[in-house]
Design a protein around this ligand. Structure first.
Ligand SMILES: NC(=O)c1ccc[n+]([C@@H]2O[C@H](COP(=O)([O-])OP(=O)(O)OC[C@H]3O[C@@H](n4cnc5c(N)ncnc54)[C@H](OP(=O)(O)O)[C@@H]3O)[C@@H](O)[C@H]2O)c1
Length: 266
């Protein structure tokens, strides 16, 4: 099986690393307008450096890792090569705000299309990859796709109409979580902790709490209750967060991100 990437920048590169971690570099074929960038990644992963045309002609899965505004021109360039293939490859588009219908119209030849929305933690194998399928993607192709990205983190299939909502949580969420971590650490510094130690504590606390939630499948409210002893310090802190509208603000952040995602996709 050959897995090709056209565009090996921040996100294409991170996903290519995940593919190499799952399947090894031998099945990976990398192309980028910036040849040195693709060459460096290919060298690091044991992958092959190729050009766009090779990926379109030979690969079974073609990951499209260019910016959304570059995608239409790239697909127009690939169409003649794709049209000559006996078996169409699966196209995997990560372009934010670009629908499956648009990709299909731009490519002009019949190909199964998977639209994905990864987030930045895929770079460390702890990402979330939302995905939607065009009707022509077979169950066998979906299973291979899941195996190919298994080292990226969690894969979550959803109808395309929910992708913007999912993006507002998992795509934009890392920025919201980073703000919270930074604020936790700032609070620690204000209380006298050295900066580095405050940051380590804040990061580990968010990581550990998330892992505990995943492992126990508990409701966050139940875990919170477990930490709050009557008349204690934690409930005093929770009161301060509630007084500042913390939860309402977090919901507003997701809703604002959702509305902006929808605007940008028009
Ligand atoms: N970064 C994220 O957090 C994130 C999250 C979710 C989805 N995405 C999606 O991922 C895609 C890539 O974003 P990115 O942040 O990774 O962008 P990026 O770092 O700019 O990477 C894009 C790469 O594609 C290359 N390229 C441009 N046109 C090309 C062409 N015609 N043929 C081959 N290579 C070409 C670029 O080369 P040059 O630099 O020389 O132009 C660059 O190396 C976008 O569609 C974006 O919506 C990104």
């Amino acid at each position: 099986m050959k897995i090709g990437f056209i565009g090996t920048g921040n996100m294409g590169g991170a996903l290519a690393k995940a593919v190499a971690a799952a399947l090894g570099g031998e099945c990976l074929y990398l192309a980028d307008a910036n040849v040195e960038k693709a060459a460096a990644l290919a060298g690091a992963l044991g992958a092959s450096l190729v050009n766009n045309d090779y990926v379109a002609a030979e690969c079974d899965f073609v990951f499209l890792g260019v910016k959304p505004q570059m995608l239409e021109a790239l697909l127009a360039e690939l169409t003649p090569t794709l049209a000559q293939r006996e078996m169409a490859p699966v196209l995997v588009s990560m372009a934010a705000g670009v629908s499956i219908d648009k990709v299909a119209a731009w490519i002009g030849v019949e190909c199964p299309i998977i639209r994905i929305m990864p987030n930045t933690p895929v770079a460390v194998g702890e990402g979330t990859v939302l995905y939607s399928l065009s009707p022509s993607v077979t169950e066998a192709e979906r299973e291979v796709f899941c195996a190919v990205l298994s080292a990226a983190g969690r894969l979550c299939r959803m109808p395309e109409k929910l992708l913007d909502a999912g993006t507002a949580v998992s795509g934009c969420g890392p920025a919201f979580v980073c703000l919270f971590i930074e604020a936790l650490a700032d609070g620690g510094v204000e209380c006298g902790l050295p900066r580095q130690q405050a940051m380590e504590l804040a990061v580990q606390t968010v990581l550990g709490t998330a892992r505990q939630l995943q492992a126990t499948e508990s409701h966050p409210g139940a875990l919170k209750d477990g930490v709050c002893s009557p008349g204690g310090s934690t409930i005093a802190g929770v009161h301060a967060l509630e007084a500042g509208g913390f939860r309402s603000l977090a919901m507003d952040a997701v809703c604002a991100a959702y509305e902006r995602t929808q605007e940008l996709g028009k």
